[in-house]
Design a protein around this ligand. Structure first.
Ligand code: ZN
Ligand code: ZN
Length: 175
């Protein structure tokens, strides 16, 4: 959702509060695409601080569906995002993006609320999510979800320590 800030740009001290929908249905993170399964409208307050600076304060609540990193079962992952950033309009969009190391969320006079929220969101996402602390994962051989079934595969060779030793052994064999 884009908010046109042109009126705010010109009036020092002016403050405006918006409530806008988060429009994206998916979020990309480290090469993965997560579905947004629940979302609340984004609250955002923009204040013109003078000297061509805008204060952006916002709050968003979303739930993403993130696969368990062991068994791949989708796990609902609620996130609460707080935005609190000062936008210096003396910098160009490129300079700002480089400085903040994030996607530009201001395009001309238009504030891209989805992008603003996504930038914060990506910082708060964990490297991995588990469906439960003791998730047993899936069998590397037959793909059985070991939380709900057992399989008869010989998993001894799947011990990661063993496979390292095997790799070394195989390297020696090839030489
Ligand atoms: Zn799991
Ligand atoms: Zn198996």
């Amino acid at each position: 959702m884009l908010i046109n800030l042109s009126e705010l740009f010109t009036r020092e001290g002016k403050e405006e509060t918006y409530q806008v929908p988060f429009e994206a249905d998916t979020v990309d993170h480290m090469g993965q695409t997560y579905e947004v399964t629940e979302k609340q409208p984004v609250q955002i307050t923009v204040t013109n601080l003078g000297e061509r600076k805008l204060l952006l304060e916002g709050h968003a609540e979303l739930t993403l569906s993130i696969p368990c990193s062991r068994c791949l079962t989708p796990v609902p992952y609620p996130v609460s995002i707080d935005v609190d950033t000062v936008l210096d309009l003396k910098l160009t969009e490129d300079e700002r993006a480089r400085e903040l190391d994030e996607q530009p969320f201001l395009n001309g006079y238009n504030l891209d609320v989805d992008q603003l929220v996504c930038n914060e969101l990506l910082l708060s996402l964990p490297m991995k999510v588990l469906c439960r602390e003791d998730c047993k994962g899936i069998c590397n051989r037959c793909g059985a979800n070991l939380n709900i079934e057992t399989c008869d595969c010989d998993t001894r060779a799947l011990d990661p320590r063993m496979s390292v030793i095997q790799d070394i052994f195989n390297q020696y064999k090839e030489v």
